[in-house]
Design a protein around this ligand. Structure first.
Ligand code: OSB
Ligand code: MG
Length: 383
């Protein structure tokens, strides 16, 4: 059931964060979001679909950044999709493969087409991907603070909110002591893990092994994106499972990392790997190889979070994801059914498409720019 792209629009939003989010790569105070809106004609019916690009404002998590994502979508990705005729979401990655890199931009347009296609068919993303759970445990990612007391107060708040596990951002100088204090606060049984966002190097292996005494679920991405060997060395030296985020940019890199012993647990972020369909293939690899997977986050709005919750309903997602309540980052979401945490869990969306319901009035309020694309070979119609 192929469709034809008859309209594509890129939208930029500015959403203030309720509290700054500091990681080893910087501090976020507001989220600059890039959305992709498509109109897809299937069997003579037009359906709207939305995708969210997870690229940050600056290229500090990975090489992508939001201005570059907008440019590559407008000038390289969308023109290729339109030029080559009718398509399904499953065709998108193949058609875009000649363009190197830019997985987050590619994921955003695939996501919008998938949303439209599934809405047209009346099918939800969770069902489409093979999800089985109707609710999933929710974890929260906690930034770096100026003082340990401020961190402990924030963690206590998340414990009170009922989160199923805590993830602490770490960096050199903010690791053993905050982790020790948080472990004392939450007790030995609550899930606790750390994320370094590449802030360490191979010479820190002995130091990182000192985290072993805190019974962590995992340590996420201590070394550089390219450093699979360093991660394999840490995995051998440390009893804490090594999880990769930044390093795993595709199914192929994930499979190699498993083969090399560089990864014990996989963080799946659909944007980082080029889309939800590639994300499912990495999930399948995890199931085949006995590697637990969990769903990461990129401070998404209710569009991306709905899709993440659908993905995380697949059976291989055996650890809580970074799928926290919308209110953890945003005072008001751009959807009318924002993610909520109840008894430590998030409900998997059941509606058609990605499962979010857009709050069009609020979306208009936070939109800073709307850019309709001229589609080559198509009569451009504003709709
Ligand atoms: O490394 O997991 C990460 C946010 C932005 C960029 C990278 C990361 C994160 C998070 C946030 O940890 C998780 C979330 O969206 O809740
Ligand atoms: Mg991470």
């Amino acid at each position: 059931m192929s469709g034809r792209l008859v309209a594509v629009e890129l939208r930029r939003l500015a959403l203030p964060l309720v509290t700054p989010f500091r990681t080893s790569f910087g501090s976020e105070h507001d989220r600059e979001v890039l959305l992709v809106r498509v109109v897809l004609t299937v069997d003579g019916t037009e359906t709207e679909g939305w995708g969210e690009c997870v690229a940050l404002r600056e290229p500090v998590y990975s090489a992508e950044f939001v201005d570059a994502a907008e440019l590559v979508l407008a000038e390289h990705l969308v023109p290729r999709l339109v030029r080559d005729g009718p398509l399904t979401a499953a065709d998108v990655a193949g058609r875009l493969a000649p363009v190197k890199g830019h997985p987050m931009a590619k994921a955003a347009i695939e996501m919008a087409i998938l949303d439209a296609e599934l809405r047209h068919r009346g099918v939800g993303l969770a069902r489409h991907l093979g999800g089985t759970a109707d609710r999933i445990p929710s974890g929260v990612s906690v930034g770096i603070f100026d003082t340990t007391d401020a961190l402990l107060a924030a963690v206590q708040g998340y414990v009170d909110d009922g989160y199923a596990r805590i993830k602490l951002k770490i960096e050199p100088g903010w690791d053993l002591e905050p982790v020790r204090r948080v472990r004392e606060l939450i007790g030995p049984d609550m899930g606790l893990q750390v994320d370094a966002n590449t802030a360490y190097g191979r010479s820190d292996i002995d130091h990182l092994c000192r985290l072993d005494e805190f019974g962590l679920l995992l340590i996420e991405q201590p070394f550089a994106e390219e450093d699979l060997l360093g991660h394999a060395q840490l995995a051998r030296a440390s009893s804490t499972p090594v999880c990769l985020d930044e390093s795993l940019v595709s199914l192929a890199t994930a499979a190699d990392a498993v083969e090399l012993g560089a990864v014990d647990v996989i963080n799946i972020k659909p944007g980082r790997v080029g889309g939800y369909l590639e994300a499912r293939r990495i999930h399948d690899l995890g199931v085949e190889r006995g590697i637990p997977v969990w769903c990461g986050g990129m401070l998404e709005t209710g569009i991306g979070r709905a899709a993440n919750a659908a993905l995380a309903s697949l059976p291989g997602f055996t650890l809580p994801g970074d799928i926290s309540a919308a209110s953890r980052f945003y005072a008001r979401d751009i959807v009318t059914n924002p993610i909520e945490v109840v008894d430590g869990h998030v409900a998997v969306p059941t509606g058609a498409g990605l499962g979010f319901d857009l709050d069009r009035d609020h979306l208009a309020t936070v939109t800073t720019r709307t850019r309709p694309l001229d589609l080559p070979g198509e009569l451009h119609v504003d709709r």
